[in-house]
Design a protein around this ligand. Structure first.
Ligand code: AMP
Ligand code: ZN
Length: 143
């Protein structure tokens, strides 16, 4: 169900302006209004889903295909050396707009952005790791 006050639904309908770069049947993309780098783009399914966890699986193909195409285009248009693809689910993960979206951020060597996935200490507790993998595999099987 689409919330009445969803900003990205309003952009998808064309009721709010955006710097649109892609206008597909299932997926749109537009520039982030607070870019961390020139060309920072958001890729958004038209149909409202709050997060990746609520997204119908059938949307995964069209959404990720659009992310890959937009990433190629953004990289080419900006002359980027690399691209980060980032996505937050829920306020605890840093999500501020409650309509699923994927950030595409062009990167340059030495641009100073700190978007890399940090690395923790090596996991050495084999029992804990095996138990964790088992819990996740069981949860997957129950979906
Ligand atoms: P997140 O923290 O992953 O939820 O990111 C939400 C992003 O949406 C932020 O980077 C905002 O700058 C961006 N944003 C919010 N409102 C708009 C808007 N009307 N047009 C474009 N980008 C927006
Ligand atoms: Zn929405």
């Amino acid at each position: 169900m689409e919330p009445l006050d969803c900003v990205f639904c309003a952009i998808a309908r064309g009721d709010l302006p955006s710097y649109r770069v892609l206008d597909g049947d299932d997926v749109i993309a537009f520039l982030d209004i607070h870019p961390v780098a020139p060309g920072h783009t958001l890729v958004v399914p038209r149909r409202h889903a709050a997060t990746l966890l609520e997204m119908p699986e059938a949307m995964a193909g069209p959404l990720f295909a659009a992310v890959a195409r937009v990433a190629r285009a953004v990289a080419r248009a900006q002359g980027a050396d690399g691209v980060n693809v980032l996505q937050a689910n829920g306020p605890a993960a840093g999500q501020t707009v409650g309509h699923l979206h994927v950030h595409v951020v062009p990167r340059r060597h030495g641009d100073g952005l700190r978007l890399h996935i940090p690395s923790g200490p090596e996991a050495t507790d084999r029992t804990a790791m095996a138990a964790q993998a088992e819990r996740i595999a069981a949860a997957l099987a129950a979906l």
